[in-house]
Design a protein around this ligand. Sequence first.
Ligand code: SF4
Length: 218
Amino acid sequence: MGTRALGPGLRSVLWVQGCPFTCRGCMSPQWIPDRRARLVAPSELASELLHDSRVTGLTLSGGEPMEQADALAEMVAHARAERDLSVLCFTGYRLEQLHADPPNPGVARLLACVDTLVDGRYVAALDDGRGLRGSRNQRVHRLNPRAEEANEDFEESPRSVEIALEGPTALLVGVPPPGLLTAFDTAVDAVRARLRGNPGAANGARENLTERTGNDER
Ligand code: SF4
């Protein structure tokens, strides 16, 4: 399933498990623990992300993509061997740190294949509800943008989200404008309340997968 809520065009999004930061207000806290999630070979993952032939871009989020940089770079190489794709990556690190003191040797390889990087940790007080960056302190680096990303206003464009319902799971994708996350949680709670007492029906589980990065709370 592709999305139009996390970057230009139709994109496949990858959320990696594990993040060294603990930003207050992170809306993807389930991705923070450094625990084993799904293990998959880069080539296999690339095939999955290209399953939809209309996909023209990849968005790397999490969690912290730079913690798994080498494997992600390999995945992107496999994907680009099949299709010309733009790559957008969110990171809680600053670009300067990634160059000067990278958390692992694979970072340079991943940066070399990222077109647009959104850097810095999420700071709730600086969330102005605009653009694909979660808060104003985060910066957009156009490292090597493809045409579709070069024309994208990552800083000021209105935000949008997609909510996909798959069986018992409500999946929210995108960077939500102020108030939407609360409304989403309220709706999921209402569904749970209705299903309570009906064990055959699964709970309306919230999978909150939007990327926001950055906060000094560590
Ligand atoms: S906002 Fe991003 S960088 Fe911050 S804790 Fe959450 S996943 Fe990590």
